[in-house]
Design a protein around this ligand. Structure first.
Ligand code: SAH
Length: 251
């Protein structure tokens, strides 16, 4: 058996890559994260494929499925939400496979932060404003190392993407004000790319209230930074006519 860890995309089933779709079509067993993965991607499953929803399983039960099909199945698709590289708990599954000599491969997906920025029609890195994006979360059951707390990250004033934190907006904003100003724009994208997507825009002064009013506590991303103003940035060098690149001469 070979396990494919697949990023399913943020919600819209068309975000599943062709590479991921091909594996799902061939898979004998599919374990998908039913909390956030769109079930429509299961329509690609072949007849007779065994399908499990990992939202209802603990890690031992997931491993039991790996163990059960180790000799019986050729392909097992383990489908995670967004991209596999962020907050996916993929590594612990791979470490378990390593100790047992189970082969695996990773197929990336569209992370929810990419989908959210597409919905916001937003580039995260704008010349003259910031060239850095910080991806983080607030401490919950999983602790964030103290050197990375939001107060410290806010001082860098880069673009910030905050996962898993929409239920703690007041704490998030309080911490961010140690670096960003009250006027810094912020956006919260709920269920990016799903039919019931919602976008809330504001500044660090009012975003927490607006999100509370919209009753958004989960399945949302917080984006913070001056790039959201979409103005006062410099034009890129990449397309500047006065600069040559490998592909074209300056004019
Ligand atoms: N691997 C995933 C993240 C999983 S952690 C990825 O790359 O997107 C789960 C968190 O991701 C949620 O709490 C939320 O902060 C964010 N998230 C996942 N899907 C989302 C979506 N469609 N819209 C907004 N946020 C989403």
């Amino acid at each position: 058996m070979k396990i494919y860890f697949i990023g399913a995309g943020a919600g819209n089933p068309e975000q599943l890559t062709i590479q991921g779709m091909k594996i799902i079509k061939k898979a004998d067993v599919i374990i998908y994260a039913g909390s956030l993965v769109n079930k429509d991607i299961l329509k690609y499953a072949k007849q007779g494929a065994k399908i499990y929803n990992s939202a209802k399983m603990n890690i031992n039960e997931i491993r039991d499925v790996y163990a059960k099909y180790r000799k019986k199945a050729e392909i097992l698709a383990r489908v995670h939400t967004g991209d596999t590289s962020l907050y996916s708990a993929m590594q612990e599954q791979m470490a378990w496979c390593d100790t047992r000599g189970i082969e695996y491969e990773v197929i990336p997906g569209v992370s929810s932060f990419c989908a959210a920025c597409a919905s916001l029609k937003q580039e995260l890195t704008l010349s003259g404003i910031t060239q850095t994006v910080i991806i983080t979360r607030i401490s919950g059951k999983t602790k964030v190392p103290s050197r990375e707390n939001l107060k410290n990250l806010a001082k860098i004033k880069a673009t910030l993407i905050i996962f898993l934190s929409a239920g703690h907006m007041e704490r998030v904003v309080r911490n961010l004000l140690h670096g960003y100003s009250r006027k810094t724009p912020a956006a919260v994208v709920y269920k990016a790319s799903w039919p019931d997507e919602k976008i809330i825009k504001g500044t660090l002064t009012d975003i927490a209230d607006k999100v509370k009013e919209a009753q958004i506590t989960r399945q949302a991303l917080i984006v913070v930074g001056d790039v959201l103003k979409k103005k006062n940035f410099q034009l890129s060098k990449l397309y500047n006519r006065e600069y040559s690149t490998m592909y074209r001469k300056a004019k």
